[in-house]
Design a binder for this molecule. Structure first.
Ligand SMILES: Cc1cc2nc3c(=O)[nH]c(=O)nc-3n(C[C@H](O)[C@H](O)[C@H](O)COP(=O)(O)OP(=O)(O)OC[C@H]3O[C@@H](n4cnc5c(N)ncnc54)[C@H](O)[C@@H]3O)c2cc1C
Length: 388
């Protein structure tokens, strides 16, 4: 199997890069400073077709491959991690579960607006008491006649409370299995449903221009038909969704690494100390060499995982490749921002240079969509180790 990008992918990369340079790069610092979620720009990404890359044409998508989505996420994230994650979560976590597990009616109802980028969807798995241990969900949904009544809370949910959020898919306990384990199902909750509240946005360390909220559900009633997929299969569906999401968030990390490489390379040629450019010094140049190695290695891992997905490889193989790509790319991104900030010296600590923003934005990559520890756990299990 070849992991090389095709000429079409490369051409597509250039069109997304041009868009990112024109429509995002000039404004990213201001959005970050003002904690502004730029709805217009998100919808422009939609008009470019970025939210519909992997969706079938019948819902307004272009029916493309997963590799194209990773290319788009990488290029957007290279100029702004907030917009990178908005696209990644919008497709990987918002559209993907409805597209994969939804009924025809659910797809017809929600997908056209999501695929066009006119609206966004959130994915509510994490709760105040259950993150890595997501199966410990406490949110409950009880069937009352033809309605689910939902009570509980979700935490840290991306794209869940913006003015264009149309829907959030959540996991909830819908009963107990014979062995005493909870039965967990996935339910679609439209924005604006009485009893469903997207609370005030978080004050985050980074990703300031992305939309993240705590959600609460108080006697929130939705039609029984809003069950997504099979009753009791919700947790498995969400975990499967996260496999794709891990490759996609690794593409956000790759954009970050490449941005650090380019910024450091340029600065090392310009900034002079002791009468010569700092790039003359091995102590600086070698760190930039390491950034190039990280970029190449992360790229290979990500596009290998994406190629496996596109080729319909066995789930076990894809799952392992996704966890490896996520772990390596996100940890490398954190290292890359530390290196780039160091190369910039004191200026790297100043918000007037994008490296400072990338430094703040990178840390969450090691946490969201499964922490580094959880990736190591998955990889160890994939190796057959009896790790708990
Ligand atoms: C900005 C942002 C956006 C997010 N977006 C979403 C979203 O859209 N949807 C959603 O559902 N969630 C979202 N999350 C939640 C994210 O996925 C969780 O924060 C993450 O999975 C970790 O869960 P936790 O925060 O509860 O940490 P915990 O699970 O409490 O973990 C705390 C620490 O313990 C470690 N740990 C836990 N269990 C183990 C173990 N078995 N072995 C070794 N170490 C372990 C963890 O790795 C971590 O270091 C988002 C989070 C943030 C910050």
């Amino acid at each position: 199997m070849s992991y090389e990008l095709s000429p079409e992918h490369r051409e597509f990369r250039h069109s997304v890069r041009d868009f990112a340079q024109a429509e995002i790069a000039p404004y990213a610092a201001e959005w970050d400073r003002k904690h502004h979620f730029p709805v217009d720009t998100v919808q422009k990404m939609g008009r470019l077709g970025l939210f519909g890359l992997t969706a079938p044409e019948e819902f307004g998508g272009s029916g493309g491959d997963f590799t194209s989505l990773c290319v788009a996420i990488e290029e957007i994230a290279k100029v702004d991690q907030s917009m990178g994650i908005t696209l990644e979560a919008g497709v990987g976590l918002g559209i993907n579960p409805i597209l994969t597990f939804g009924t025809d009616e659910q797809k017809q109802q929600w997908l056209p607006d999501l695929v066009s980028g006119r609206r966004l969807a959130g994915f509510g798995l994490t709760e105040p008491e259950s993150g890595s241990d997501a199966g410990a969900t406490r949110t409950r949904a009880v069937l009352d006649g033809q309605e689910w009544v939902i009570n509980g809370a979700k935490q840290f949910i991306t794209n869940s409370g913006s003015e264009i959020t149309s829907v959030v898919t959540v996991t909830a306990r819908t009963g107990e299995r014979p062995d005493g384990r909870p039965e967990i199902s996935a339910i679609i909750v439209p924005a604006g449903t009485p009893g469903f509240l997207a609370e005030a946005p978080y004050d985050k360390l980074g990703w300031h221009a992305s939309d993240t909220h705590p959600l609460s559900f108080t006697d929130c009633r939705v039609p029984a038909a809003n069950l997504l997929g099979e009753r009791g299969k919700g947790f498995g569906q969400f975990l499967a969704t996260l496999d794709d999401g891990r490759v996609a968030i690794a593409a956000v990390a790759l954009g970050c690494i490449k941005a650090c490489l380019e910024m450091s390379l340029e600065y090392a040629g310009e900034r002079r100390t002791f009468g010569v450019p700092i790039g003359t010094k091995q102590g600086v140049a070698f760190q930039i060499s390491d950034l190039q190695v990280m970029a190449n290695a992360a790229e290979l891992l990500i596009y290998k995982a994406a190629a496996l997905k596109d080729a319909g490889a066995p789930m076990k193989e894809f799952k392992q490749a996704a966890a490896i790509a996520k772990l390596y790319a996100t940890e490398s991104a954190v290292t890359a921002t530390r290196v780039a900030t160091q190369v910039f010296g004191g200026y790297g600590f100043m918000e007037e240079y994008p490296v400072a923003r990338f430094y703040r934005d990178a840390k969450i990559l090691e946490i969201g969509e499964g922490t580094s520890e959880i990736q190591r756990l998955l990889i160890a299990r994939g190796l057959g180790l009896p790790v708990e």
